[in-house]
Design a protein around this ligand. Sequence first.
Ligand code: GLN
Length: 447
Amino acid sequence: MITLKEALTKSKEEIATLRVELEAKAKESGLNAYIGFESSGEGVPILIKDNIQVEGWSVTSGSKILQGYIAPYEATAITNLKANGMMAYGRSNMDEFAMGSTTESSYYGVTKNPYGTDRVPGGSSGGSAAAVASGIAIAALGSDTGGSIRQPAAYCGCVGFKPTYGRVSRFGLGAYASSLDQIGPITQNVEDAAILYDAIAGHDPKDSTSSQSECVSIAQNLNANRKLTIAVIDNYISEASESIQKAYANTVKALEDAGHTIVHKNMQNTKYDIATYYIVATAEAATNLARFDGIRYGRRAEGKNLQELYFNSRSEGFGDEVKRRILLGNFVLSSGYYDAYYLKAQKVRHLIRDEFTAIFDEVDLILSPVAPSVAPKIGSIHDPLEMYKSDMYTIAINLAGLPALSLPVAKDDEGMPIGLQLIGKAFDEQTLFDGSLSLEQAINYIK
Ligand code: GLN
């Protein structure tokens, strides 16, 4: 598959031919990565997760409740793509409302991992990652609330980047947890991620949380020769599988050999990451999803009166995981428990952020695993808590609003990709990309 950088140099005719080839290849692949083929305008085709609005396209967030809903306006990220020689092309599969780590909860069925079709591609942007990894998309957009770009990228051996909170407009992104959500690229390599990120980033008056701070082109200033100070979090790593620990140790060595300085740190609050995230995220999700009542958007169920219509629409329209999170979110926000859970979680969120800030006073980047294991088998995770635990390395980054990039560094004995992430300082995407490019070159991962 040609890279995004190469594709941007092709003629209109070559791109049109490529689009036809991509569609045919995707249909043959049997991965269920695409849930629809649509295209909008001219340019290099970019696969779009099913929770990002493209005007006139169906957008369902992988949910039955949004069947039939057509986006009445366009996400700013899509408008920005078009202004930079790209176009929205095709819908990728995802966990329902971006809640999940496996892309098994979609109304459209499970997406498969191209490295082993009995394995999940990760989630929630699993369709985007599986498509890029299998050469049926040049590059894709995903969204990351607690790891949903980085983790599927790691499971599928591609690059996934979650920008600093506020860098990419959330206007037109289906809200899961508004204080955590960011749109970002899933690509074949680090440079393509920088190109796609440059295209979609920037201030947007339509998103009040969008940052006013200046966005300078990352791709044009990429420099793999900077020597950086990189922290490794020693107490973080012991819960990862043996193969991940081995890949981590080799990566630390490769970074040292490339001239970077490694410093060893510990983080005290990591044990609170999962609880804090699942309180904040579900509270915001319960609030955001209250709008899906069967009246305003998408699918409407039968009902003798308004109460029954709401009840039936939500009961039939939402899947189990989404219902579980709405219940949990309403519980932690209820007057009796608000102080004990939601307020406490907000305080702990500050502690988590402060701990990152203290480490970043001394270092440029932090290296961490993305997930504690490689992609699990389809259908193997039955306990929701077990699934939540697999987010242990990604969610703190969203709670702290930091940028992080996941890239493949090795494969395990069964040939499954292992990804690690570099975490950067807020709004210092340049250093993060420079370090990531250096690591990509030092590791020379073979697909
Ligand atoms: N797996 C996490 C969750 O289910 C993260 C999802 C995401 O980033 N959208 O909440």
